[in-house]
Design a protein. Structure first.
Length: 374
């Protein structure tokens, strides 16, 4: 009877239709993003029979990126790679061997059609670069080589970047450097002269010692550099301030755990204002990013969520957010394609931002000078 049922099933569901119901395997296609980039998705199943995936961009250096979610609903395929702010959406053909779709990693989707690959047709994926040795966690590093120069006023953008052993900034003020190094909001810095928030600098530095520094070591090196080159001296105090508390919503967190590199540096960035992607980031990293780039007051992590996560967050900023990038008019309601920040963070991440007041540490500037020569 079991054999008969199997034969009936094969007759009713021919091989091509059965194949179309599975997404597992290797899929590859060429993304035309200024230059041709060969993209590979490897899809498999977890122990719980859920789909999981890995993205390889084999014409770009760097390790593969795990997918946050993979789904096949009928013939509709969706792969979310929140760690780099990317989403693939497409439709599988009846034979189950091609997917016509688009890759979105920013405001403009790009066409990306995928073919199912086999052992003979699959592209060779280069071995990932050998990971650099980690700096000893108890080592107290210093920036051995560091240059600070005035920013080019015609060059757009702003940011702080750590790439291996290379640390750099673009269009950053001394207040930006202090908020990064000490994990504070500008409202927690008292007594700063006006040039600390107006003069912009580009910085390039490399640590002494061997290996890759961790997040704590990078910030310690920046603290030393600020003290040496800007002659910064300050003392700490306490003050009641308006803050945002970052907490877990009643629905619970909607975050994908990243367990690839618990000691690695986080990757956080924007693909346009209100389009945030985070990879290997803690809740403390998220709170610091919100208070450093987005919001007008300190953000305190009260989630008690341990570990690191991959996620993306998309919202429509209001005129009071991203003020460090310059004044912006509010987005007209008819052009708002995403919810506001407070709604988006609940719907997309299962977290909450609540305005409140509480005691916060402040840094009181006692002495500071413009940077010394390189």
């Amino acid at each position: 009877m079991q054999v008969l049922l199997r034969l009936i099933a094969l007759a009713v569901f021919p091989a091509s239709l059965m194949l179309a119901q599975t997404l597992t395997g290797t899929w590859q296609g060429t993304l035309k993003a200024g230059k041709d980039l060969r993209i590979v998705f490897k899809v498999s199943t977890t122990d719980a029979d859920a789909l999981k995936g890995m993205l390889y961009s084999i014409d770009q250096p760097g390790p593969p990126v795990p997918a946050t979610s993979v789904s096949l609903q009928g013939s509709v395929v969706k792969i979310v790679v929140a760690g780099i702010g990317g989403t693939y959406e497409g439709k599988m053909n009846a034979a189950g061997d091609t997917i016509a779709g688009t890759w979105t990693q920013g405001p403009k989707p790009l066409p990306l059609d995928l073919d199912r690959a086999n052992d003979q047709t699959a592209w060779t994926i280069p071995d990932p670069p050998k990971p650099l040795k980690r700096m000893a966690p108890d080592y107290d590093p210093t920036f051995e080589v560091a240059t600070i120069k005035p920013s080019n006023p015609d060059r757009p953008g702003k940011g702080i970047r750590v790439n291996g052993r290379n640390f750099s900034t673009l269009n950053t003020t001394l207040l930006d450097l202090i908020t990064f190094a000490y994990g504070v909001h500008v409202r927690q810095i008292v007594g700063a002269p006006t040039w600390m928030d107006s003069d912009k600098f580009d910085l390039a530095a490399e640590p002494d010692g061997e290996g890759l520094p961790n997040d704590r070591q990078v910030k310690l090196m920046m603290q030393k550099l600020i003290a040496e080159r800007f002659q910064l001296k300050f003392h700490r105090d306490k003050k009641d301030l308006s803050i945002f508390a970052l907490t877990v919503a009643k629905s619970g967190p909607k975050l994908t755990k990243n367990e690839t590199d618990p000691n690695g540096l986080p990757g956080l960035g924007f693909r346009g204002l209100g389009a945030l992607f985070c990879r290997n980031a803690s809740m403390a990293d998220l709170a610091q990013l919100f208070q450093g780039a987005v919001l007008d007051r300190p953000v305190v992590d009260q989630t008690s969520l341990p570990g690191r996560y991959d996620f993306a967050l998309n919202w429509t900023p209001d005129e009071f957010q991203f003020t460090s990038f310059g004044p912006r008019p509010p987005t007209p309601p008819e052009k708002a394609t995403n919810p506001d920040l407070f709604t988006a963070i609940q719907q997309q991440l299962g977290l909450k931002l609540e305005a409140t007041k509480g005691p916060a540490e402040i840094l009181v500037i006692d002495h500071v000078e413009k940077p010394s020569a390189n």
